[in-house]
Design a protein around this ligand. Structure first.
Ligand code: FEO
Length: 413
């Protein structure tokens, strides 16, 4: 990994990570980049950082050397967000450089002590505060709480119009040394758009209202470059990622795209018999269908597809008078992530008694998910031919309703 120039006086340092679970939960099959930025005026600031995993801060320090940047020349460390994937390197950094000032939000200060025992040389800032680096370079700050932790803030370089929003406008996907949107083909941009949806749905989804508040602040700024803590740096078309995030935030309440996510689990193959017929019926109506078999499917994959789906099909048998537990666990997590207002349908098998439907209704109600369900279909044991015909009818009806909802929705840019 090498340091690269973002624009005059601003440089990106980065480390890619893979083969780990992000937040110790989420698989990242295509890796993730952790971005840090050097901003040079007469004084020098470093904005955001990287995690403290073995070998990761060293990757960053090697890039200091490559830039011929003496670590003792760094005057300010701007900590936009204390989650350790961005701040974990402070422990080693402070052993190498003692005379620097940390700039963070008021809520960030106690977290510096809690995570790293740092109590000195901290300057707290709030929305509207600035730090003059000299040479015409002024950094301005804005609190953007809960994007993604309560202490999060954004930093804006007024000279170049570069926004450093930390987790906001981020995406998964390792980037190597080609991190800029102007270096990407259309195919690569499409790939990273999927990685942005995966990132948003896995990491930011529960905080859509704070994202929308942050967008209102961003809309007041003359942003020319978006330089997030993870993922692509947007300097050709920063509006794209800002507008994408506006859409992703709206997807919590839907409608989303004319897509349906099917989440199914089956103990002995009887519920499974209904999956292929309903998928084919929905695809025949022209909607895109994502299919996930649980418990095998990673929750991160399910979230990424349901986030863009207006419709949902849940298929599971009754298990000990309740829902088949892997599907119940997924539904509970969808509630926590605020996957709301979906058009939905549920079917499944039972043996001696039902019960799955009752637990489903309890979870959807408890999380205030407001899913609008078509009439469910339950069959005792194996589905009959007429059961399968009813499932196909429900699939067609769901697909048509999804398309109608998307067609009637206001366009969000
Ligand atoms: Fe990338 Fe909330 O940390």
């Amino acid at each position: 990994m090498h340091a690269t120039q973002v624009t005059d006086g601003i440089f990106r340092l980065s480390a890619d990570a893979s083969d780990l679970l992000f937040e110790a939960i989420w698989p990242i099959p295509n890796g993730v980049s952790m971005n840090s930025y050097i901003v040079k005026g007469e004084k020098i600031a470093i904005i955001d950082g990287v995690c403290g995993w073995d070998g990761v801060p060293e990757t960053l320090y090697a890039q200091f050397d490559e830039m011929k940047l003496d670590i003792n020349d760094i005057d300010y460390v701007v900590v936009n967000h204390l989650e350790p994937d961005h701040s974990g390197w402070l422990e080693t950094f402070k052993t190498m450089r003692s005379e620097f000032q940390i700039i963070t939000s008021e809520k960030g200060k106690p977290l510096l002590e809690a995570f790293y025992g740092i109590t000195e040389n901290i300057r707290t800032v709030k929305t509207g505060d600035t730090v003059d680096l000299g040479g015409g370079r002024v950094l301005a700050f804005a609190d953007i709480p809960n994007v993604h932790w309560p202490e999060t803030m954004a930093t804006f370089d007024t000279k170049s119009g570069t926004l450093f929003p930390c987790d906001a406008f981020g995406s998964f996907g390792a980037l190597g040394d080609a991190p800029y949107d102007d270096q990407m083909s259309d195919e690569q941009l499409a790939f990273f758009e999927n990685e942005a949806v995966r990132y948003y749905s896995n990491i930011v989804a529960a905080f859509c209202l704070p994202v929308q508040k942050a967008l209102k602040i961003v809309d007041t700024l003359p942003v020319k470059i978006v330089a997030p803590g993870h993922g692509l740096v947007w300097r050709k078309n920063p509006k794209k990622i800002i507008d994408d995030y506006r859409r992703y935030a709206s997807y919590s309440k839907g409608p989303c795209k004319d897509e349906v996510t099917v989440i199914w689990g089956s103990m002995y193959g009887n519920t499974e018999l209904g999956v292929a017929p309903i998928v084919e019926a929905m695809e025949a109506e022209g909607v895109k269908v994502h299919v996930h078999n649980v418990p095998e499917a990673p929750l991160g994959d399910i979230l990424a597809s349901i986030w863009t789906s207006t419709g949902v099909v849940l298929a599971m048998p009754t298990y000990e008078y309740k829902m088949f537990p892997p599907v119940a666990a997924v539904l509970d997590e969808l509630g926590k992530k605020k996957v709301l207002n979906r058009k939905a349908f549920r079917f499944g098998s039972y043996g001696w008694s039902g019960g799955a439907q009752k637990e489903l209704e309890e979870i959807v109600t408890r999380h205030k998910m407001s899913w609008d369900f078509l009439e469910p279909v339950e069959f005792k044991g194996r589905p009959s031919a007429s059961d399968l015909e009813v499932l196909k009818d429900r699939g067609r009806a769901l697909a048509r309703e999804v398309k109608a909802m998307v067609a009637a929705a206001p366009v969000i840019e």
